[in-house]
Design a protein around this ligand. Sequence first.
Ligand SMILES: *[C@@H]1O[C@H](CO)[C@@H](O)[C@H](O)[C@H]1NC(C)=O
Length: 181
Amino acid sequence: MQFTTKLAGLAAVAAAAVSAHNVKFVNQDGTTRSIIFTGTSAISTLTISGNSNASVTLPSGWQGNWYSVSEGAEDVPGMLGEVALDAWDGISYFDVSAIVNPNDKDGVKLLYPASQDGVNPKTCYSGCEVFPCNTAYYAPDDVQTVSTSDTDFICTLGGSTATSKRDETPLVERKFVLGEF
Ligand SMILES: *[C@@H]1O[C@H](CO)[C@@H](O)[C@H](O)[C@H]1NC(C)=O
């Protein structure tokens, strides 16, 4: 994960209070999904029924990622939600990364600070409803990591995506046209 993006204005952002973090997973379709976590301390797999929400608490300073496995599917890492909580300057950093598996179009979709819930269009988020798009992180040198002083996050999963306006004309890096993804 890169820590170099969206630095403008960071100095003006007060350091976030050090506390546990809640991530609410919003399962947008009828598929039951398991969320598998890997990070600086063990987090139990979270199972979420179709069309429902479930939350996990991540400890202060936790750094790691998660991916979603749909019921009946093989457990292979997919689109990753990544966070570094209470990291540089006390700020939390996050992104949705396609690096390990850009073929996962059924798992993690958007990751955003809880204060963006209901905000449309969102001004702070990573990921997309339809992959590929220009707000996910496809290569180690992509600049897509976002910062927030929010404590809590929302991560959307799956769901019908055909009407996502933002993705009608996705911008991607030239490597896509070169087949280098
Ligand atoms: C799940 O969370 C989303 C986002 O906060 C909310 O809009 C939705 O109503 C919740 N759904 C359920 C079933 O609680």
